[in-house]
Design a protein around this ligand. Structure first.
Ligand SMILES: Cc1cc2nc3c(=O)[nH]c(=O)nc-3n(C[C@H](O)[C@H](O)[C@H](O)COP(=O)(O)OP(=O)(O)OC[C@H]3O[C@@H](n4cnc5c(N)ncnc54)[C@H](O)[C@@H]3O)c2cc1C
Length: 415
């Protein structure tokens, strides 16, 4: 292919993870669909997440990440979608035209609709502004799992895992499989952010020491990491933990470069593109789905976004589904960090699975969710499940009531 080659599918999906593959499978047969993914195989993060826990809500079964990635790829192919791997979308050359670079050459894809499903990543050590040396042996969970499961490399023998989310325990399991002991798991929170059952199993079955209210203040090592300095945030006391591997886990950011370079309206909370409940971005015919919108939720939720967005894309292809211009922003108030979707429009459908997705920075065991607009309470609801840092807090769509289309932003808070 040359720089002038232009492919013209009805729909181009950027990102062949659970969201993109599921959207493609739902669209194929009803539209001509092309999925572009920069990796050598489609499947997204589950490809290298070699443990069970995937597929519950979308496929109604539980399977390992690699098996799940293969299953979603097969479904998209069998439905008739075209999948291009090693195809990196590097930018836009038109409203819905993408520039693609692959080992086969450069080409453009001009589509009637674009679905951005580029996912989210853990912020690496430099982005977290952790001082100290810059040695080898410092990873995110994604990098660690790539090293161990795709490249069969060795991460080291003694690891410190930074963070206490579900993904942090996933890192511990991967380290264990690679023959590397986790000598400490640190979290700044009073207890690890993961589910209590995971924390208990991690401490007892896996024998991992956990330091709560602790932060990493320095990475030490010339050439190879030799330790990390950790600080007890309550007392200020510091100590150095010997290790030859550090894994920074969680602390997610959407893979939002394409959304930003398109000049799409961005959501200041999620840092992904701003979407309404039909998952439309600010550019007509450009939609988004998956962890790009909610960093991060589980893979089945990303997949169900993909299934949901397919119908909105078909509406668009049929000439309908235009956005009502009277959009009202939805804003998360502290301790909530973000809410997705972030825009309410009259006449739009409920969001995927009839849930608003939120992220909290503090544990609230019995959360009372309150919605206000222009200083007036619209609704409130006490939920029987906690709002916990490190995982998505789901709120039934029924809390969104009595919103005035011409009014100010709707605030979502916890009383
Ligand atoms: C270590 C770890 C363990 C996890 N464990 C579980 C679990 O047990 N169960 C569970 O349900 N979930 C788990 N998750 C979460 C799950 O992996 C994600 O929710 C899911 O992968 C999100 O799907 P997605 O399609 O939104 O994004 P992704 O899976 O991130 O896929 C995005 C795709 O977009 C591609 N892409 C990005 N930019 C470009 C570009 N410019 N051009 C071309 N392609 C591009 C990427 O290559 C990637 O394939 C885990 C996550 C991690 C990191």
């Amino acid at each position: 292919m040359t720089a002038t080659s232009v492919l013209r599918p009805d729909v181009v999906v950027v990102g062949g993870g659970p969201a993109g593959l599921t959207a493609a499978a739902a669209l194929a047969g009803r539209a001509d669909v092309l999925v572009l993914d920069r990796e050598r195989a489609t499947g997204g993060i589950p490809r290298h997440s070699d443990h069970t826990g995937y597929g519950l809500r979308d496929l109604r079964r539980v399977m390992t990440g690699p098996a799940y990635a293969r299953r979603l790829t097969d479904r998209a192919l069998r439905a008739g979608a075209a999948l291009h791997t090693e195809a990196t979308v590097t930018g836009w050359t038109g409203e819905r035209t993408l520039a693609v670079t692959s080992p086969r050459g450069r080409y453009e894809v001009e589509a009637k609709a674009v679905v951005l499903a580029t996912g989210a990543r853990e912020r690496p050590r430099p982005a977290r502004l952790v001082p100290g040396d810059r040695p080898a042996g410092v990873y995110t969970t994604g990098q660690l799992q790539n090293l161990v499961h795709l490249h069969h490399g060795s991460p080291g023998t003694r690891a410190v895992v930074v963070g206490g989310e579900l993904v942090s325990w996933s890192a511990v399991v991967t380290l264990r499989e690679a023959g590397c002991a986790t000598v400490l798991l640190t979290t700044e929170h009073p207890s690890p952010e993961s589910y209590a059952a995971f924390n208990a199993a991690g401490r007892t079955v896996l024998g991992v020491p956990v330091a709560t209210r602790t932060r990493v203040v320095r990475v030490v090592g010339k050439g190879r990491v030799s330790g990390v300095e950790v600080e007890d945030t309550a007392t200020g006391r510091r100590r150095t933990v010997d290790c030859d591997c550090v894994v920074f886990t969680g602390d997610w950011i959407p893979d939002h470069e394409l959304a930003r370079s398109a000049g799409l309206a961005m959501d200041a909370g999620t840092r992904g593109p701003l979407v309404d409940t039909a998952l439309r971005t600010s550019r007509p015919g450009v939609f988004a789905a998956g962890n790009l919108l909610h960093p991060v939720d589980t893979a089945d939720i990303a997949a169900l976004d993909g299934r949901f967005v397919a119908d909105r894309v078909l509406d668009h292809l049929a000439g309908g589904g235009a956005a009502d211009p009277r959009g009202v922003p939805l804003v998360a108030d502290a301790p909530l960090r973000w809410v997705a979707p972030g825009l309410l429009r009259p006449g739009d459908p409920a969001p995927p699975r009839g849930r608003l997705l939120l992220w909290t920075d503090e544990l609230v065991r019995v959360p009372r969710v309150v919605l206000t607009q222009d200083g007036r309470e619209l609704s409130h609801r006490t939920l029987p499940w906690p709002a916990s840092p490190g995982r998505v807090f789901r709120v039934p769509w029924s809390v969104v009531r009595r919103v005035r289309p011409g009014g100010g932003p709707v605030h979502v808070g916890l009383a």
